[in-house]
Design a protein around this ligand. Structure first.
Ligand code: HEM
Length: 395
C-alpha cells in the first residue's frame, strides 16, 4: 500500500475498520504531508504534541465558520459545538475554559467515585446471561455519570442518551444529511432542556455543575453557558462509551492480562492508559495555522494550513513506543495523545479515566466468566472510534 492508497483507505469503511496498517504507511511516508485536497496530515507523536501546544495553531472558531459555512448557526447541533470552548480561541477560550475548570474540579470528580461504582455494579447485576455490552453497560454508565454531574434528573436520562447520540454526528466530517438533520433537532431540544434547567438552578442552586456554571458571577454569556453545557454532555458520552467497549474487547483478547487486572485492581490506571493508547476513542482532530511555521527537518507549514492530526496514529508511533502494536500495560511512561494536548486538552480526562478505572476491575471480578458471544460491530466513523454493538455472555 502506498501513501495515497493508505490515505484513501481511511475514507472508506473497510480501511476505517482497522486503520493501523494505513497509519504505519503514512507515518513512514512523512511526519507531515499535504494531501491532494490541500489539507495537511500529521502522523507522529512528537509533531502532534508540538502542534497541539503551539499558540499559533488554532481551532476553527465561529468567525472561521462564518467564512466557510455562512448558515452554520441554523443547525443547532453544529451551533452548540462551534459556540462551545472546543471551537473557541483565546482570549474567549482562556476565559471560558478557566470558568469551567474552576467548577469541574478534581474534588468534584473524586466525589463521583461512589456514584460511578454503584451505577456500574447495578448495571452489571442487571445484565442478562447474554446481552449487548454497549447498550447494557458502555452506553448507560457514562450518561448516568454525566447526568449526575450536570444535575439532570434520573428520569430524563434515556431522553438525554438519544439526543446526545444524535448530536455527536456533528463531530464527524463524514456524516450524512439525515444525521445532520437529527443533530439539528437534538441541538434544539437540548438547548430548550438546558434553558429550563438553568432557570431552575438560578432560582434554587444545587451541588451540580449546571448550578455552578449558571451562577451570576461565572462570566459566561447565555449562549456560552448553553453551548458548553451541551458540550459537556456530548463530549463525555460517546467517547467514554467507546473507551469502555474498546477496553473490554482488548481485555477479552488478552486473557492473561485480564487475569492480572482481576487479581489486582490497583493496576487499573496503567491498563486504562494503555487501552487509550492502543485504540484511541478519538482518532482525529483538526487545527489551522495562523502564521507560517518552520518545524525543522525541512518541514514547513504555510499560514492558513488545515491540519488533520491523527491521534490514533501518533499513539502507535514506534519512535515513541517500542513494539507499538503490542498491548502492554507495563510499558514505561505511557502518555497517549488520546485526550489531545495543549489548551484544549480534554477537560473531562480525569472523569473518563476514573470511570474506566472503576468499570474494568468491577466487570472482571463480578463476571469472571465474561466472554464475547459473537463478533462486535464497529461504528463506521472516522473521528470517534468504538463499537456500536458487542454481544457478550456473562458466564
Ligand atoms: C475516553 C473519553 C474521552 C476522550 C477520549 C476524550 C477526548 C477528548 C479530546 C481528544 C479532546 C480535545 C479535542 C481537540 O483538541 O480538538 C477533548 C476535549 C474536551 N473534552 Fe473530552 N474526551 C473524553 C471524555 C470526556 C468527558 C467525560 C468529558 C466531560 C464530562 C469531556 C469533556 C471535554 C471538553 C469540555 C473538551 C473541550 C476542552 C477545550 O476545548 O478546552 N471529555 N476530549
Amino acid at each position: 500500500m502506498d501513501s495515497q492508497a493508505a490515505l484513501a483507505s481511511l475514507f472508506a469503511p473497510e480501511g476505517r475498520r482497522d486503520p493501523y496498517p494505513a497509519y504505519d504507511v503514512l507515518r513512514a511516508h512523512a511526519p507531515l504531508f499535504q494531501a491532494p485536497d490541500g489539507s495537511w496530515f500529521v502522523t507522529t507523536h512528537a509533531l502532534t504534541n508540538r502542534l497541539l501546544r503551539d499558540p499559533s495553531v488554532r481551532v476553527a472558531d465561529s468567525a472561521d465558520y462564518d467564512g466557510f459555512w455562512p448558515d452554520w448557526r441554523q443547525n443547532r447541533g453544529v451551533a452548540s459545538i462551534v459556540l462551545s470552548m472546543l471551537q473557541t480561541n483565546p482570549p474567549d477560550h482562556t476565559r471560558v475554559r478557566r470558568t469551567a475548570a474552576a467548577v469541574f474540579t478534581a474534588r468534584r470528580v473524586a466525589a463521583l467515585r461512589d456514584v460511578i461504582a454503584e451505577q456500574a455494579a447495578d448495571l452489571i447485576r442487571a445484565m442478562p446471561g447474554r446481552t449487548d455490552f454497549v447498550s447494557a453497560f458502555a452506553y448507560p454508565l457514562p450518561i448516568a455519570v454525566i447526568c449526575a454531574l450536570l444535575g439532570v434528573a434520573d428520569s430524563d436520562r434515556l431522553w438525554f442518551r438519544q439526543r446526545a447520540a444524535d448530536l455527536t454526528a456533528v463531530l464527524e466530517p463524514i456524516s450524512t444529511e439525515d444525521e445532520m438533520r437529527r443533530a439539528d433537532v437534538a441541538g434544539r431540544e437540548l438547548e430548550n432542556y438546558f434553558i429550563g434547567l438553568i432557570a431552575e438552578r438560578q432560582k434554587a442552586p444545587q451541588d451540580d455543575l449546571t448550578s455552578a456554571l449558571a451562577a451570576g458571577d461565572s462570566g459566561l454569556s447565555g449562549a456560552e453557558l448553553l453551548a458548553n453545557l451541551v458540550l459537556l454532555l456530548v463530549a463525555g458520552f460517546e467517547t467514554t462509551t467507546n473507551l469502555l467497549g474498546t477496553g473490554l474487547r482488548i481485555l477479552l483478547e488478552h486473557p492473561a492480562q485480564a487475569d492480572r487486572l482481576r487479581a489486582d485492581p490497583e493496576l487499573a490506571p496503567a491498563f486504562v492508559e494503555e487501552i487509550l493508547r492502543y485504540d484511541s476513542p478519538v482518532q482525529l482532530t483538526n487545527r489551522f495555522t495562523s502564521r507560517p511555521l518552520d518545524l525543522g527537518d525541512g518541514h514547513r507549514l504555510p499560514a492558513g494550513a488545515t491540519l488533520n492530526i491523527l491521534l490514533g496514529c501518533a499513539n502507535r508511533d514506534p519512535a515513541r513506543y517500542a513494539d507499538p502494536h503490542r498491548f502492554d500495560p507495563d510499558r514505561p511512561n505511557i502518555q497517549p495523545v488520546s485526550f489531545g494536548g495543549g489548551a484544549h486538552y480534554c477537560l473531562g480526562a480525569p472523569l473518563a479515566r476514573l470511570e474506566a478505572q472503576i468499570a474494568f476491575p468491577l466487570l472482571l471480578t463480578m463476571l469472571p466468566g465474561l466472554a464475547l458471544a459473537g463478533e462486535p460491530r464497529l461504528r463506521d466513523r472516522l473521528v470517534l472510534r468504538g463499537f456500536a454493538e458487542m454481544p457478550i455472555t456473562t458466564g
